[in-house]
Design a protein around this ligand. Structure first.
Ligand code: CP
Ligand code: NVA
Length: 306
């Protein structure tokens, strides 16, 4: 059956737990220098309508390590920029390649592409969601602190694409999300189904939100595509910064994560991002291991991990 990964809950809880276990095995195998080439002869096409460092490098390197090859298509390389429809692009590309990753603006674009694709489609970030990021983030938490079920994750700042993906993950894997965002930047209740609402608690004060949290996370004040609001957001978010004083309110063994790229001195201080509680470099590396598990799952299915 053709499967896509467009939102975090496109995989069930047990499939997501399989991906974590498989990522662990794939990562260990790479570290041991053992080749693992289940995707030999397969091609991944990537379409980028926004900039990327981690997503591009992790997918490109990961697909190569699995024995496959990669085509990287930026917006202006392809006829979509000159008006070829998303539907027609999906029909054509998916007759030649085996899997497609897309980074774009509207979630509806990846949904439309997937509806007309013969190949699995992976969301590599839209304005609405970033499922590969949260998959790697929770895998990273698991490596350092064990299962996330029952824990509290605090999100400081903009309730953006990564935040809404955390909410989907909270409903799927049964943990709590605390949010503190400035007035004028509330959670959009229309985007939060009841199963996610019951996992979410919102706080006006970032310090109250952080009390007792096992994982403190944040993201830039202005996401890609919203640059026109930069100055206004810089003023609104200035007190929503993860700094040492805020971290001191979290659980004593709390960890800090950031999907990166970070704007140091804005949403996070150097002291925190470079400090002992920060997992940001493992988190970035784990994009590759988690996405290798995902690519293998979408193309080959579940494999018994020895
Ligand atoms: N976190 C993340 O997706 O990074 P890039 O924008 O560099 O791909
Ligand atoms: N929320 C950020 C994440 C970047 C990886 C953005 O969409 O720009």
């Amino acid at each position: 059956m053709l499967r896509h990964y467009l939102q975090f809950n496109d995989c069930s809880r047990s499939e997501t737990e399989y991906l974590f276990a498989r990522a662990r095995w794939i990562k260990d195998r790479l570290r041991q220098g053992q080749p693992h080439h289940p995707l030999q002869g397969k091609t991944l096409a990537m379409i980028f309508e926004k900039a990327s460092t981690r997503t591009r490098v992790s997918f490109e390197t990961g697909m190569g390590q699995l024995g496959g090859q990669v085509l990287c298509l930026s917006k202006n390389d392809i006829q979509m920029a000159r008006g070829e429809t998303v539907e027609d692009t999906a029909r054509v590309l998916s007759r030649m390649v085996d899997v497609v990753m897309i980074r774009t603006f509207a979630q509806s674009m990846v949904e439309t592409f997937a509806a007309h694709s013969r190949a699995p489609v992976i969301n590599g970030l839209t304005n609405e969601f970033h499922p590969c990021q949260v998959l790697a983030d929770i895998y990273t938490f698991l490596e350092h602190r064990g299962p996330i079920t029952g824990k509290t994750v605090v999100w400081i700042g903009d309730p953006n694409n990564v935040f809404y993906t955390w909410l989907q993950a909270a409903a799927l894997l049964d943990f709590k999300v605390h949010l503190s965002s400035p007035a004028g930047y509330p959670v959009d209740e229309a985007r939060v189904p009841a199963a996610e609402r019951s996992r979410l608690e919102t706080f006006a004060d970032p310090f109250d939100a952080t009390r007792g949290a096992a994982l403190v996370t944040t993201d830039v004040w202005t996401s890609m595509g919203f640059e026109a609001e930069n100055e206004q957001r810089r003023r609104a978010f200035q007190h929503w910064q993860v700094n040492a004083a805020l971290m001191a309110h979290a659980a004593p063994d709390a960890v800090f994560m950031h999907c990166l790229p970070a704007h140091r001195g804005e949403e996070v201080t150097d002291e925190v991002i470079d400090g002992p509680q920060s997992l940001v470099w493992d988190e970035a590396e784990n994009r590759m291991h988690a996405q290798k598990a995902l690519l293998e799952f979408l193309l080959v299915g579940e494999v018994k991990t020895p």
